[in-house]
Design a protein around this ligand. Structure first.
Ligand code: APR
Length: 258
């Protein structure tokens, strides 16, 4: 094993407060399309950035609603992978672990991670565009949008307004409490793992820099180069589902060997 893997395992063993920041890459091995994967179906002529905006929803609510229902369907069809599970196990072993995700799926929760901080909202939360009241979708997996298009989004039972996905769109601000919790955790962190994110979207991508400015080492886990490699103390070039279980095994082996 390369020396830096052992180094990171040792940091994990000694850490008091680990902050983990995840992106779409940690859900890739579960079969969730990453945010910048090429679109499929009716949406293949759009980039995700063109669909995830208030303007797109205003111009063509059925197109954007259909895309999010398709992603919600995919999320409900996926299972947490070894990377999600390794993080849930790590949280049981270190004194404190704060998990901050840019993902809108609930795979961290389903893997057993408690108190997940969703900076970009969730596919499983919906609210009324007009009165902001939460809206509960029917249980179960939505059917495949025929030809990639669904009927217009449902209407709010209270005010008749249009229901929108509970995710943060480009141009929208992050949920204040989630952001404040993430910043607070970074102030106390003595180790940060950044897993499966291209680091292209701010302010989430600024969390590693904040950690480094405080002298907290940042470890990047990504099979490909990313914007955040530059601030990383260590880059573990590999898939989350491979690297995280190995780190967990190494960490739990420290201090037990005679
Ligand atoms: N393990 C770890 N990382 C992986 C894996 C894997 N198995 N597979 C892919 N990756 C990496 C890719 O190399 C890429 O760097 O995951 C990253 C995915 O990048 P994006 O698709 O840009 O997703 P993300 O960084 O989460 O995007 C951030 O952009 O607008 C938004 O809201 C959207 O939350 C999203 C944000």
């Amino acid at each position: 094993l390369p020396e830096e893997w052992l180094r990171v395992a040792d940091w994990l063993h000694k850490a008091r407060h680990v902050v983990v920041v995840t992106g779409a890459g940690i859900s890739a091995e579960s079969g969730m399309p990453t945010f910048r994967d090429a679109q499929t179906g009716l949406w293949q002529r759009f980039r995700a950035e063109e669909l995830a905006t208030p303007g797109a929803f205003r111009r063509d609510p059925a197109l954007v609603w259909g895309w999010y229902e398709w992603r919600r369907m995919r999320a409900l069809q996926c299972e947490p992978n070894a990377g999600h599970l390794a993080l849930a196990e790590l949280a049981r072993r270190v004194p404190q672990l704060t998990l901050v995700t840019q993902n809108v799926d609930d795979l961290h929760e389903r893997a057993g991670s408690p108190d997940v901080i969703h900076l970009h909202g969730s596919l499983h939360a919906h609210r009324c565009l007009a009165c902001a009241r939460p809206h509960a979708m029917p249980p179960g997996v939505p059917s495949e949008p025929e030809g990639g298009r669904l009927l217009d989004p449902p209407r709010c039972a209270h005010c008749g307004g249009r229901i929108r996905p509970g995710v943060v769109w480009f141009g929208e601000s992050l949920p204040e409490q989630a952001w404040a919790q993430a910043e607070e955790a970074v102030k106390e962190a003595d180790l940060m793992l950044v897993i499966g994110t291209s680091g292209l979207v701010h302010p989430a991508a600024s969390l590693p820099e904040k950690a480094v400015r405080r002298g907290c080492p940042v470890v990047v886990v990504n099979p490909a180069e990313s914007e955040l490699d530059g601030v990383a103390e260590v880059v573990l070039r590999g898939a989350a589902g491979v690297v995280l279980p190995v780190l967990g095994a190494l960490e739990s082996g420290i201090g037990t060997s005679p």
